[in-house]
Design a protein around this ligand. Structure first.
Ligand code: TTP
Length: 712
């Protein structure tokens, strides 16, 4: 349900920029001979020439619509060029479009706070830039105004027949009696026109824009004059705009709420809402939604432009219409594997490029059950903490699917045994990764270091997964972080090993989708269980005490390395390409930890202490929350303290968070690390070094240091 945010000021300048027929433009840039021709991008399948997903404006002039199939488009426009969307993993590969969107974002974000709203849409807060322009070069003082600015549409500006619209816009821009707000919007028109010209010059893409005092109005306006145009919404025009705006055209009113406003309150347009008091709307729809409705009827919307250049989530999905519906668990698993592989690649790329990790894996599907109409039962979406590594994501997605299927079928395990082909069909599948947060900056090079050791992408997955299971910290801000940390703990505790894969494979062969279900699903931590405030519950100790072993780690098992061995490797210099003692150490450390696990280590403290070498800060923040059961707010403070660079002011908090004696670190180990990691360690260590005290601990056993200290 939408929630109203207080309108902070009507003096803001917000732009919404939307690319024109975006996928078509991307394809036309690849094939310039298609420019200016009727073109559409299709997602090919054999059914009636594939589905149109983007249509050029030239093709639209012939009556081609996105709702058509390729064959229909050819009927109305025989000369249309149909370009097939690239394919990977047996489905549309949108990477080239995503990358093209990023090119645009990098240009637009230079002028103000920028929020990437979708693959081809951006919000900009241009208030500061507009205020600066107003001071330095007010619109009324401008003699030469660029053509692109004069081509702006100004809502409410009457253009009489036979009058040059550009001249009217020039007058509006240079009005001496304009309100301060209108002057700011006029500045916004200059800034946005320049940005759009820059986008065209640098990327060859055209875009359209809306310029208003808030996001809602800017978004409404950007679609009013397409392609390659911009529309300004002065405050005085808002009433007129909303008066005739159909309810369902307003963002957030396209669904059930909009339908209810139409059928229950008789509102056809947004303006019709004006007749209802705030109390009445609150009575009908609750306090928040009622308040939001009252505000939007007046064009009030205080939503901020979030400074976000990267997507909030990653998803990969595919539909299986009509006869293509998936009717066996084996076919579902096949497609889940494809989708998860794509998702995993994107997560990996996000990690490498942006240093971000996702915390939640969600499975959505649409399905039908024989004998029931679609509307009767929705296929439930299921979530769990996300574990990095393709295989792990695939395993977890399958388990989530099985859980959802079980719920969908009404737990009638015995009835479905052996006859799944006749019982259900899946018409769409998707997996998504959300709760994506930056890795705390002080840990980047360590994560990179782990990733960098792995030679190929296929073999990359498992070791990195392990490295992350051991090492990846949680998100740096807010209460979400606490649940993120909990997810991480739970991930470690999920016993998803080979045995279970084999079981589920056996299950597939037996055509019994549910034979293995209860056990796996019960052991998979669901995301919903992460919602309670961190610290209110000791989740680690409540979870399965068994920690996952590095199942496919090809590295040999060996005992904990002796200091002598470490010293020997040290003489080989700092070149860490290939195996080196610190890597041996990590391997051995994992192994030694594993042996502890086999001894049924149920103590969260042990697990946490053992993990703390990998990336100590956030793990220990969680542990601290965990141990003393602090409220979420307290957790947040501690996590935040671990987020920034390793500045001295944060060190005391850091030191508290690390649950070991920092003076006991064996420096010979650190010296073996690559320079950037050494720097990070040094930054952590520096404030703790006591001047004039001989390094009495040098040479103390790293084994002693890294193994859990039972006395703590
Ligand atoms: P839109 O911005 O909705 O449309 P568009 O950019 O093609 O055209 P317009 O000029 O009218 O804004 O979508 C952006 C891209 O997203 C679009 O080019 C293709 C893709 N898309 C789909 O793949 N499926 C869909 O159902 C929609 C609506 C869009």
């Amino acid at each position: 349900m939408p929630v109203a945010k207080r309108e902070t000021s009507d003096g803001r300048v917000i732009a919404h920029v939307d690319m024109d027929c975006f996928y078509v433009q991307v394809e036309q840039r690849k094939q310039p001979n298609l420019r200016g021709l009727p073109t559409a991008v299709i997602q090919y399948n054999s059914f009636k020439g594939g589905a149109l997903i983007a249509v050029s404006y030239e093709a639209r002039n012939f009556g081609v619509k996105r709702s058509m199939r390729g064959d229909e488009a050819k009927d109305v426009c025989p000369q249309i060029h149909l370009v097939q969307v690239p394919v990977a993993h047996g489905k549309a590969d949108l990477n080239s479009y995503r990358n093209a969107g990023s090119e645009v974002v990098s240009i637009l974000s230079k002028k103000g706070r920028c929020e990437r709203a979708s693959i081809d849409e951006v919000y900009l807060d241009l208030t500061d830039a507009a205020e600066t322009m107003l001071l330095e070069m007010p619109p009324e003082a401008r003699e030469d105004i660029e053509e692109e600015v004069l081509k702006s549409h100004v809502l409410g500006l009457e253009i009489k027949e036979g009058i040059d619209a550009k001249e009217e816009v020039r007058k509006w821009i240079r009005r001496g009696d304009a309100t301060y707000q209108d002057k700011l919007l006029a500045c916004g028109a200059f800034i946005v026109a320049n940005l759009r010209m820059q986008v065209l010059k640098d990327t060859e893409f055209t875009c359209s824009a809306g310029i208003a005092h808030n996001k809602m109005l800017a978004k409404l306006a950007s679609g009013m004059n397409k392609p390659a145009q911009q529309t300004v919404v002065p405050q005085s025009s808002v009433g007129g705009l909303l008066e005739s705006l159909p309810i369902k055209k307003m963002k957030q009113l396209g669904g059930k709420l909009g339908s209810s406003l139409q059928s229950d309150l008789g509102c056809k347009t947004v303006g019709d809402l004006l007749q209802f008091s705030e109390e009445k709307l609150q009575q009908c729809y609750g306090i928040n939604t009622g308040n939001w409705l009252w505000n939007i009827a007046r064009g009030i919307n205080g939503e901020e432009v979030e400074g976000r250049l990267l997507p909030k989530s990653h998803g990969s999905g595919k539909t299986f219409p009509g006869p293509q519906a998936l009717k066996t668990l084996a076919s579902v698993q096949h497609w889940l594997n494809e989708l998860c592989e794509e998702l995993s690649e994107r997560l990996q790329s996000d990690l490498n490029l942006n240093k971000r990790i996702a915390h939640t894996l969600t499975l959505h599907a649409r399905a039908y059950k024989k004998g029931e109409s679609d509307s009767l039962r929705k296929f439930p979406s299921e979530s769990c903490p996300l574990r990095y590594g393709t295989t792990k994501i695939q395993e977890d997605a399958l388990t989530l699917f099985q859980a959802a299927l079980r719920e969908f079928l009404g737990f009638c395990i015995s009835k479905t045994h052996g006859n799944e082909n006749n019982n259900w069909g899946v018409t769409s599948l998707s997996v998504s990764a959300s709760k994506i947060v930056p890795i705390p900056s002080g840990t980047h090079s360590i994560v990179k270091y782990f990733g960098g050791q792995v030679p190929s992408s296929s073999s990359f997955n498992q070791p990195l997964g392990n490295a992350f299971d051991e090492a990846v910290p949680s998100s740096p801000s807010g209460s979400e972080n606490c649940s993120g940390l909990i997810s991480y703990e739970l991930q470690q505790n999920y016993p998803g090993g080979d045995t279970e894969i084999k079981n589920s494979e056996a299950c597939l062969h037996e055509q019994d989708p549910l034979c293995n279900l209860s056990r796996k699903v019960d052991s998979l931590p669901k995301e919903s269980s992460l919602e309670s405030p961190a610290g209110s519950e000791d989740r680690t100790t409540k979870s399965e005490p068994y920690r996952e072993l590095p199942a496919k780690d090809p590295r040999p098992l060996s005992s904990t390395p002796s200091l002598k061995a470490v010293e020997k490797k040290k003489t080989m210099g700092n070149n860490l390409k290939g195996n080196c003692s610190i890597m041996d150490f990590f391997n051995n450390y994992q192994n030694s930890q594993s042996s502890l696990e086999h001894k049924n280590v149920t103590n969260a403290h042990d697990v946490k202490t053992a993990s703390s070498f990998g990336l100590p800060s956030t793990m220990d923040s969680y542990s601290t929350c965990n141990q003393i059961e602090q409220p979420a707010e307290r957790c947040r403070e501690e996590i935040d303290s671990n987020v920034g660079e390793c500045s001295v002011p944060n060190m005391s908090q850091r030191r508290q968070a690390w649950d070991y004696n920092i003076d006991e670190i064996d420096h010979s180990v650190i010296e073996e690390l690559p320079p950037e990691i050494q720097q990070e360690f040094q930054a952590w260590l520096r404030p703790h070094k006591r001047p004039n005290v001989p390094n009495s601990k040098r040479g103390s056993s790293i084994t002693h240091y890294f193994l859990p200290d039972k006395s703590r």
